[in-house]
Design a protein around this ligand. Structure first.
Ligand code: ASP
Length: 438
C-alpha cells in the first residue's frame, strides 16, 4: 500500500521545515510518493520562490542579466542545501536555467523551476528517486490536461520506484516545452499521482489544521471540519474556500481515494478528511461548513403570464449562452425570474438588458448590484427538520434582509442571497446558531 504526500510551499520554506517534512515521511513507510511545492514564505512579508521566478524571468525579458537576476533565487536554494548539511550542488541546474531564461524559454518554464529544484533537494535529503514531472505529466496541444496519457505514463514510471519525489505544478506540452497548472497547482499534481498509483490515501500537508467551518477572517477561532464529503466540499470550494486547489479533488474523487488535509506544524492532529461517502451515523453538527462570495448582481425579469409561455426561459438561457455569461442561480416565480450572475461578468455586457428585451419582450427588467451569496452546506440537513428555520431566525434576529433563497433537491445546501454589507455578520450569526448552540 502507498500514500501520496504533497507538501505546500510553507512546509518547505527553509531547512527547518524540510526536517519536519522528512520526519513526517519517515514516520510512516507507506508515505512513498512525495510531491513538493516550491519554497514558500518563511515569514509574513517574505516572497515565495514562484513569485521570485516570475519576476526574474520578466526582468530578463526586459533586458536584465539572467545570472545576476537569478542570484537571490540560487541563494535561497543554496541556503537550504547548506543548512541541511547536504553535499549536492545545483550549480549545473542554475546555469541551465539562466541560459534558458536568456533564450526566452517562457514564463511557465520559469515558474516550474521552483518545484523542480526543490524536488531535487528533497529527493536527495530523503534518499528517494527524483522523477521529473515533465516525463510523466502531459498536456494536449490545446493546453488541456491530458489525463489518460498522464495516468498511463505515470503509473508505468512509478511502478519502477519504491519511493519517489515528483515535483508539483507542471508537466510537458506535446512538443516537450513546459506548462504549469494554475497557481497552487501542486495540489493537482498530488491528486494525479495518487490516482496513477492507486494510492490508499492522498495526504495534503499545509500550514493550517484543515478546513475551517467558516472563514477565520470572519469568525473568531472557528471549529475545523473533521470529515467532509467530496460533494459538500464542491459546494464550499466553489464559493471560495482556499485550502485546496479546486481542481485537485477530481482525479482522486473519481478513483474514490480520500484526501487528508494535514498540518506540517502539528502532524499528530487529525486534520480534515475528505471522503466519497460519509459513514452512516449522526454527525456532530447538522451543518458541515458555511462559505460565501460577494460581487453578484440580480437581473430581475418580469413578464405577465410567464408561467404559461413555453420557451421563455430557453430564450433567456440561449442569450446567456450566446453572450457567454455564466449564471449562479435562477430563482423563479409565477411571472418573474431572476438571474444571479457575477457582477464583473455582467459588466462586460453593458447592453445585456437591451438584449433581453429583444429576445424575450419582458414587461420589466431591473438589475441590482452589490449582492453576496452564502452557502450553508451539510449532509446532515437531509435528515433534520428546521435547518432553514434556524438560518432565517439567525438572520432575522440580526436584522438582515434575505434577497434570495435556493435549496436544491439534494438537500445538501441552502443558499441565500443578501446585501454585501451584511455578508460578515450573516456568516457569523449562522455559525453561532449551528456551531455554538448544538
Ligand atoms: N508554487 C506554485 C504556486 O505558488 C504552485 C503551488 O505551490 O502549488 O502557485
Amino acid at each position: 500500500m502507498a500514500k501520496v504526500v504533497k507538501f505546500g510551499g510553507s512546509s518547505l520554506a527553509d531547512a527547518n521545515q524540510f526536517r519536519k517534512v522528512a520526519d513526517i515521511i519517515r514516520s510512516d513507510k507507506e508515505r512513498r510518493y512525495v510531491v513538493p511545492s516550491a519554497p514558500g514564505k518563511r515569514f509574513k512579508d517574505d516572497t515565495k520562490v514562484t513569485d521570485m521566478l516570475y519576476k526574474c524571468y520578466d526582468d530578463v525579458c526586459a533586458g536584465a542579466n539572467a545570472v545576476a537576476a537569478f542570484l537571490p533565487i540560487a541563494d535561497r536554494y543554496n541556503g537550504i542545501i547548506s543548512d541541511l548539511g547536504l553535499t549536492i550542488s545545483l550549480d549545473r541546474e542554475f546555469e541551465e536555467i539562466t541560459d534558458n531564461f536568456t533564450k526566452r524559454a517562457g514564463r511557465d518554464y520559469a515558474a516550474s523551476r521552483g518545484e523542480y529544484l526543490n524536488g531535487i533537494i528533497l529527493a536527495n535529503y530523503l534518499g528517494f528517486n527524483f522523477v521529473d514531472a515533465a516525463k510523466g505529466i502531459f498536456f494536449k496541444a490545446d493546453g488541456e490536461f491530458d489525463a489518460e496519457l498522464t495516468d498511463a505514463t505515470l503509473a508505468s514510471i512509478l511502478e519502477g520506484y519504491d519511493c519517489a519525489v515528483i515535483p508539483g505544478f507542471y508537466g510537458a506540452n506535446p512538443d516537450g516545452t513546459i506548462r504549469t497548472f494554475s497557481r497552487g497547482g501542486s495540489d493537482f499534481t498530488g491528486s494525479v499521482v495518487a490516482k496513477a498509483i492507486g494510492a490508499e490515501l492522498y495526504e495534503n500537508w499545509t500550514d493550517v489544521p484543515g478546513f475551517a467551518v467558516a472563514d477565520p477572517r470572519i469568525v473568531d477561532d472557528p471549529e475545523f471540519i473533521d470529515l467532509i464529503t467530496y460533494r459538500e466540499l464542491r459546494e464550499l470550494s466553489y464559493m471560495g474556500a482556499t485550502v485546496l486547489h479546486q481542481d485537485a479533488i477530481f482525479p482522486v474523487r473519481n478513483a474514490r481515494i480520500p484526501i487528508n488535509i494535514k498540518n506540517t506544524n502539528d502532524p499528530s492532529a487529525k486534520g480534515t478528511m475528505i471522503v466519497h461517502d460519509a459513514p452512516e451515523g449522526k454527525n456532530r453538527h447538522i451543518i458541515t461548513g458555511i462559505a460565501g462570495k460577494k460581487n453578484f448582481s440580480a437581473v430581475a425579469i418580469e413578464k405577465d403570464e410567464m408561467n404559461s409561455e413555453i420557451g421563455f426561459l430557453r430564450r433567456i438561457l440561449t442569450l446567456m449562452d450566446v453572450e457567454k455569461i455564466n449564471f449562479e442561480h435562477i430563482p423563479t416565480g409565477i411571472d418573474t425570474m431572476t438571474l444571479i450572475v457575477d457582477t464583473d461578468d455582467l459588466k462586460k455586457h453593458p447592453n445585456f438588458a437591451e438584449r433581453v428585451k429583444e429576445v424575450a419582450n419582458p414587461n420589466h427588467i431591473e438589475i441590482e448590484d452589490g449582492l453576496a451569496l452564502i452557502a450553508v452546506v451539510g449532509r446532515g440537513m437531509k435528515a433534520t427538520k428546521g435547518t432553514a428555520t434556524r438560518i432565517f431566525a439567525a438572520l432575522s434576529h440580526a436584522n438582515i434582509n434575505i434577497k434570495m433563497i435556493d435549496q436544491g433537491s439534494s438537500e445538501l445546501n441552502i443558499i441565500i442571497g443578501i446585501r454585501e454589507e451584511d455578508f460578515d455578520e450573516a456568516i457569523r450569526v449562522i455559525y453561532n446558531m449551528f456551531m455554538l448552540q448544538e
